[in-house]
Ligand binder design. Structure first.
Ligand code: GAR
Length: 212
């Protein structure tokens, strides 16, 4: 996506506690992620992740969807807010809003999401509960590009966990989350440094850290 050593201006969008956001910010601060985190933005003013971002020295912003009459006007304002900060890549990290083409057209192939299931199984809400209810033995998470559908964009990476007989939704979600927190920075780094090539639905990841 860019020269391996350049730092890409990114935004991280959250709605809640923000462990994936913290993992991305920490990777950027440690130099494992070639990103300049311009803003952590939440659509919910009470998102606990906002305080974590501020503690890490990252600018924060709130854009409440409740202040807008419809999805299109919220998405247009959201894109304007990110554009004004020079953002080039958008990382969704527990951002619980479906983005419309109004937003996605402004950041074509530059919006990434993490979802707590092995897509295309169990898209949408309560993915871990869906997996348990279905009775799968292997669960996991997916990092993917965002397209017009719900959790349907090209898959960049997946991580797996075994489902235990005594798992409940909380225990399974916690083990998947630990994998998410490792997989997301690693995958975003590969994307930002041009080590993931996207061709239609297929994505190919090259070997090497791309930094020399
Ligand atoms: C994560 O499990 C993430 O995969 C999920 O929300 C959680 C956010 O946790 N996202 C979705 O379900 C999106 N469809 P976090 O706020 O601690 O990163």
């Amino acid at each position: 996506m860019t020269h391996p050593t350049a730092r890409v201006p990114i935004a991280i969008l959250i709605s809640g506690r923000g462990t994936n956001m913290v993992a991305l910010v920490q990777a950027a601060l440690d130099g494992r992620l070639s990103a300049d985190v311009r803003v952590v933005l939440s659509n919910r003013p009470d998102a606990p992740g906002l305080a974590h971002a501020a503690q890490m020295g990252i600018p924060t912003a709130v854009l409440s969807h409740r202040d807008f009459p419809d999805r299109e006007s919220f998405d247009a304002a959201l894109a304007d807010a990110l554009d004004s900060r020079g953002v080039q890549v958008v990382a969704l990290a527990g951002f619980m809003r479906v983005l419309t083409p109004t937003f996605l057209r402004r950041f074509p192939h530059r919006v990434v999401n993490i979802h707590p299931a092995l897509l295309p199984a169990f898209p949408g809400m309560h993915a871990q509960r869906q997996a348990l209810d279905y009775g799968v033995k292997i669960a996991g998470c997916t990092v993917h590009l965002v397209d017009d559908g719900t959790d349907t964009g090209p898959i960049l990476a997946q991580g797996t966990v075994e489902v235990r007989d005594d798992d409940d939704e909380a225990s399974l979600a916690a083990r998947i989350l630990a994998v998410e927190n490792r997989l997301y920075p690693d995958t975003l780094q590969a994307l930002l440094t041009g080590r993931i090539q996207v061709s239609g639905r297929r994505t190919v990841r090259s070997i090497g850290d791309g930094s020399c």
